[in-house]
Design a protein around this ligand. Structure first.
Ligand code: ZN
Length: 199
């Protein structure tokens, strides 16, 4: 792939001016479904009419990355001790981690369980345990991108779970089983590496 830079020139066929010269410059680009805009990406701008004529591959990648970042809010209600489990798990991974690591930890586990990286055979059983049952008096909200939403659905289907709430509950109970209760958690080194980005 040819990487272009700001100020580079190329010949283009402009829909307005026909054969014309264009200069690569930073422009705001709308998503094709009009759901948002990416600011300041390199685009070929017609020298004559100043319209964006084309977007180089490197900018397409950036637009796609931004598009995939679009987040959907998911709110679930959880018993208070589920949040304590996340705090205890984070402390085990690295005692300097704060509560802000709780959500990334849940999303990491969601990813690993839905992709089969971590075995996920007993998730619905965990929901039957005594520990699972209590008043759901705390709110737990997450911003999920397309990929995480897909993983929630995949795990729901694969494990016969009934709702988003069941998915997050069972993921947190799995974190309890693996990390909080486990004496030598198998995934600890990997999670410590992951956590290093959140120090
Ligand atoms: Zn033009």
């Amino acid at each position: 792939m040819k990487i272009v830079k700001e100020g580079d020139k190329r010949q283009v066929v402009c829909p307005v001016c026909g054969l014309s010269l264009a200069t690569y410059a930073l422009r705001d680009i709308d998503f094709s479904d009009q759901s948002g805009t990416v600011k300041n990406v390199l685009a070929a701008v017609c020298d004559t009419c100043q319209k964006v004529v084309s977007i180089p591959k490197q900018s397409t990648a950036k637009v796609r990355a931004e598009y995939n970042k679009v987040k959907t809010s998911v709110d679930v209600r959880l018993p208070a001790h589920y949040l304590d489990i996340l705090t205890l798990a984070a402390q085990k991974i690295d005692p300097t981690l704060t509560e802000s690591f709780n959500k990334p930890l849940v999303l990491y586990y969601l990813h690993a369980l839905s992709r089969g990286r971590y075995p996920a055979c007993d998730l619905s059983q965990l929901l039957e345990s005594d520990l699972a049952k209590a008043r759901a008096s705390k709110r737990f909200s997450l911003k999920l991108n397309e990929k995480s939403l897909f993983e929630v659905k995949a795990l729901m289907t694969a494990q016969g779970l009934k709702s988003n709430t069941d998915v997050f509950k069972s993921v947190i109970l799995k974190i309890n089983e693996d990390l909080v209760q486990g004496k030598v958690p198998e995934h600890l080194p990997e999670l410590q590496n992951f956590a290093a980005a959140f120090g």
